[in-house]
Structures are given as C-alpha cells and as structure tokens.
Design a protein around this ligand. Structure first.
Ligand SMILES: [Zn+2]
Ligand SMILES: [Zn+2]
Length: 109
C-alpha cells in the first residue's frame, strides 16, 4: 500500500476545476467532470459514463475530511468522498502521465 499523500492546499479553480497542492512538492488540477466521473462511491464505482447533467458537475461544497480525505458535495445532492491516495492517482499532469513505470503505449507487437 502506498502511504496516504498529504495535502497542503485545496482550492476551487474557477467554476469547473479544483486545485490541490500536495505536501510532497506537487500541484494538481482536477476538472470537476473528471472527479464526478471517477466518483468512488457505491453507486458510481468510479465509472460514470454518458452524459453528465450540468448540476452533477457543479460543486456546492468542498472541504477536507481529516488528513486523508476530500469531500465534494454536488449541486444535484450527490456526495463524493475521495481519499488523498485516490486523488493523487487521478492526477493527469504531464509529469504524472509520463511516469516511466506506467507506460502509456504497449510496446508488444
Ligand atoms: Zn458517486
Ligand atoms: Zn501530477
């Protein structure tokens, strides 16, 4: 198991994204739609596909839950709780996507 990463800062970025500043020297931006689609709750299973109504990707509430959780309350009443490890794994910045131990392309032919 990976140790739960620590969050230094959490903020909304405009109306469509949130930003997280990690204690371990990394900043992430998460579009709200991605966070809703990857919602790990028992109803969504991290696989929300198809059209997402606007109210489902509008944030009503954003807060930290202790050291290792982030709570998102959506305008449609849905609630999402992410662990920091889940959020860290969702980062799609150039640095994270280019991680050598997780190659994007399959080299087999
Ligand atoms: Zn959900
Ligand atoms: Zn990243």
């Amino acid at each position: 198991m990976v140790k739960e990463p620590k969050i230094k800062g959490l903020n909304e970025v405009g109306r469509y994204a949130i930003g997280i500043q990690w204690a371990a020297d990394h900043d992430s931006i998460y579009p709200l739609e991605n966070l809703r689609r990857a919602c790990p709750c028992n109803a969504c299973h991290g696989r929300v596909t198809g059209e997402v109504p606007p109210a489902s990707i509008r944030l009503r509430h954003l807060s930290r839950m202790g050291e290792t959780g982030v709570f998102l309350g959506w305008a449609d009443g849905h609630e999402t709780l992410y662990t920091t490890a889940q959020l860290r794994a969702l980062c799609r910045c150039a640095h994270c996507v280019a991680e050598p131990e997780r190659p994007i392309t399959d080299s087999r032919r």
